[in-house]
Design a protein around this ligand. Structure first.
Ligand code: NAD
Ligand code: TDX
Length: 339
């Protein structure tokens, strides 16, 4: 199979490429990535010499970039992905997540190839009780979520109008290696290592549903090979935690691995002003992918968190380069000088 992976230099895309090259050594993969602040070729250093892997620097919004590519399937990870940045400026979110997806849909239409659109549970908005299923209404609350919901709507329209063989997946919060330090898990680990305050928004009681990135990649593999065109699949590991529970677990694991007293790190927790429009709870029902595609998450949360802490401890060179670059300026804008 000839796969075009977009956004493959980011967190989930790079883990997906690694998974696919190991599971299907005869597949050919083109990774097209714009290399925004979140794209990092160091995420793929171990595989960039594979003969059946090619990297192309480019923007999914560029309508001619795909002309000469032979493609059986597109897996679209390319996006602006951070909610807090969409609050500061939504412009790149609309350009990439909406117009960029539209351009990819036109490409899939012309090449008559499969289009797997990697979306998010955030398009459903927040739910106090119960779970979102694939038929739940889309009620996005952040500009990021709205841009992803808009892209999902476009995908649906290309299935209905142009018979594009498109499938949408909506996954819950991912964690694992190579996640950019702006997201909660790496931010907590790195601030703990540097003994910096750990900002928890509001009262810390917002709930997120966590899945290890490898389980997400295995689910995407199942959808790509066994999913039905036109369908939507929720992906989740039934692992809800309040943010403060997740932060405390991360600090427990970090202190164990550093061999220090846990209280030295829990003392860093600092409750800060809440995120505007902060969704209270995400919780999705993954029964459809479990039943129809026989997929199940494999990674135990406690073990996955330990391994993730260990990964950041062992890969200081990777994150030092990020935190000393553009990220430092974003961090100051987001948290101010005191944090
Ligand atoms: P990320 O921010 O780590 O990576 C995004 C990648 O897309 C980067 O490599 C970036 O350079 C690239 N990119 C951005 N704009 C581009 C453009 N115009 N053209 C080409 N490449 C471009 O994001 P992530 O966390 O890996 O998320 C990947 C996808 O999964 C996103 O679509 C996101 O909405 C979705 N998702 C993420 C999560 C999560 O918890 N992180 C959960 C569910 C769904
Ligand atoms: O400093 C922080 N303090 C804090 O309390 C940060 C960065 C986050 N939080 C809270 C906000 C959320 O309730 O932690 C929770 C997780 O925050 P993020 O890591 O920013 O993720 P979230 O906003 O839930 O969105 C993520 O999951 C769905 C991804 O970033 C999206 O790309 C994905 O679609």
């Amino acid at each position: 199979m000839k796969l075009l992976v977009t956004g493959g230099a980011g967190f989930i895309g790079s883990n997906f490429i690694r998974h696919m090259l190991s599971a299907y050594p005869d597949y050919r993969i083109i990774n097209l990535d714009k290399l925004t602040y979140a794209g990092n070729l160091e995420n793929l250093q171990d595989i960039d010499k594979f003969p059946n892997y090619t990297f192309v620097k480019g923007d999914i919004g560029d309508s001619h970039i795909f002309d000469k590519m032979e493609i059986d399937a597109i897996v679209n990870f390319a996006a602006e992905s951070h909610v807090d940045r969409s609050i500061l400026d939504a412009t790149p979110f609309l350009k990439t997540n909406v117009i960029g997806t539209y351009n990819l849909l036109e490409t899939a239409r012309q090449k008559a190839c499969i289009f797997l659109h990697v979306s998010t549970d955030e398009v459903y908005g927040s739910i106090d009780r119960g779970f979102f299923n694939e038929d739940s209404r889309l009620l996005p609350n952040s500009p990021y979520a709205a841009s992803k919901a808009a892209s999902d709507m476009l995908v649906r329209s290309y299935v209905e109008t142009h018979d594009v063989m498109a499938i949408i997946t909506r996954c819950s919060n991912n964690y694992g290696p190579y996640q950019f330090p702006e997201k909660l898990f790496p931010l907590v680990i790195l601030n703990a290592l540097n003994r910096k305050p750990i900002p928890v928004y509001g009262d810390g009681m917002n709930v997120r549903d966590w899945i290890h990135v490898n389980d997400h990649c295995r689910a995407l593999d199942a959808v790509l090979h066994k999913g039905r065109a036109g369908d939507v699949y929720n992906i989740g590991a039934r692992c809800e935690r309040t943010n403060i529970e997740a932060v405390r677990l991360l600090l427990k694991k970090t202190s164990e691995q550093l061999g220090i007293d846990e209280q030295e790190l829990t003392g860093l927790i600092t409750f800060v002003k809440d995120r505007p429009g902060h969704d209270k709870r995400y919780a999705i029902d993954p029964s459809m992918i479990e039943g129809n595609l026989k997929w199940q998450p494999e990674k135990d949360f406690d073990k996955g968190v330990s391994e993730t802490v260990q990964w950041y401890l062992s890969n200081e060179k990777w994150w030092q380069r990020i935190v000393s670059g553009e990220y430092a300026e974003y961090y100051r804008t987001q948290y101010g000088e005191s944090i």
